[in-house]
Design a protein around this ligand. Structure first.
Ligand SMILES: O=C(O)c1ccccc1NCC(=O)[C@H](O)[C@H](O)COP(=O)(O)O
Length: 195
C-alpha cells in the first residue's frame, strides 16, 4: 500500500475478521510504516482496557471506530487517547443519512461505508457497495472517506458520482479473504487517481 502511494494504512482489530492482527504484528507493521502515511487502527465497540492496550503497544495516528459507539463514546475516546477519530457510518438507505450529521459534530473524519447485511460476521470489510446516489453532492463539515465494495473497476465511477476526495478499500484489493494483492492495490490507486 505504501509503495503504491496510499495515504493511510489500516490495522484491523476484530477477532472474527480474516484481517485481524495481534498487537505485536500490528506494532511491527506500524513501525515499518514511513512518516507521512497515517496508521489507522480499526476497532469495534472496544472498551477502554482494550484501547489502553492497543494504544500502548502500537504507534497510531488515527482510531477508526466501526461499531455502535455513541457520540459521547467518540468524545470520550478522543479525550482519553488524544488521537483523531474516524467514525464509520453504515449506509443502506436515506434513513441512515442523518447519523452522518450527528457524528460530524464529534468525529474528526467520517467513513461512509455500506451497512453490513443482517447476520454479517463483521460490520465492515464485506465487499458490499451502497447506492452512491444517496450521497451525491452532499458535503459535511469534516473530511470523509467513501468505502464499501470499491475496487479497481468501480472506484473512478464512485468518486465521480459522490465527489469523494478520499476512498477506502479492503476486499477489492485482495486475492483471498485477508490476503492483500499488490497488483490490485496498484490498479486501485491508479484508477482512483485518474478519476
Ligand atoms: O475489514 C474488516 O475485516 C473489518 C472488520 C471489522 C470492522 C471493520 C472492518 N473493515 C473496515 C473497513 O474500513 C473496510 O475497509 C471497509 O468496510 C470497506 O470494506 P470493503 O467493502 O471490503 O472494501
Amino acid at each position: 500500500a505504501v509503495a503504491a502511494g496510499a495515504s493511510y494504512v489500516g490495522f484491523v482489530f476484530f477477532e472474527k475478521s480474516p484481517r485481524h492482527l495481534g498487537l505485536a504484528q500490528a506494532a511491527a507493521l506500524a513501525l515499518a510504516t514511513p512518516p507521512g502515511v497515517a496508521k489507522v487502527a480499526l476497532t469495534v465497540d472496544a472498551d477502554d482496557a482494550a484501547l489502553d492496550a492497543l494504544s500502548a503497544a502500537v504507534p497510531l495516528d488515527f482510531l477508526q471506530l466501526h461499531g455502535h459507539e455513541t457520540p459521547e463514546r467518540v468524545q470520550h475516546i478522543k479525550a482519553r487517547y488524544g488521537l483523531p477519530v474516524i467514525k464509520a457510518i453504515g449506509v443502506a438507505g436515506a434513513d441512515d443519512l442523518p447519523q452522518i450529521d450527528v457524528y460530524a459534530r464529534v468525529a474528526d473524519q467520517l467513513l461512509i461505508d455500506a451497512k453490513p447485511p443482517k447476520g454479517a460476521a463483521r460490520p465492515g470489510g464485506n465487499a458490499l457497495a451502497f447506492d452512491w446516489s444517496l450521497i451525491a453532492g452532499r458535503r459535511w463539515t469534516v473530511p470523509w472517506l467513501l468505502a464499501g465494495g470499491l475496487g479497481p473497476d468501480n472506484v473512478a465511477e464512485a468518486i465521480t458520482l459522490t465527489g469523494a476526495r478520499q476512498v477506502d478499500v479492503s476486499s477489492g484489493v485482495e486475492s483471498a479473504p485477508g490476503v492483500k494483492d499488490p497488483a490490485l492495490i496498484r490498479a486501485f490507486m491508479e484508477a482512483a487517481k485518474c478519476s
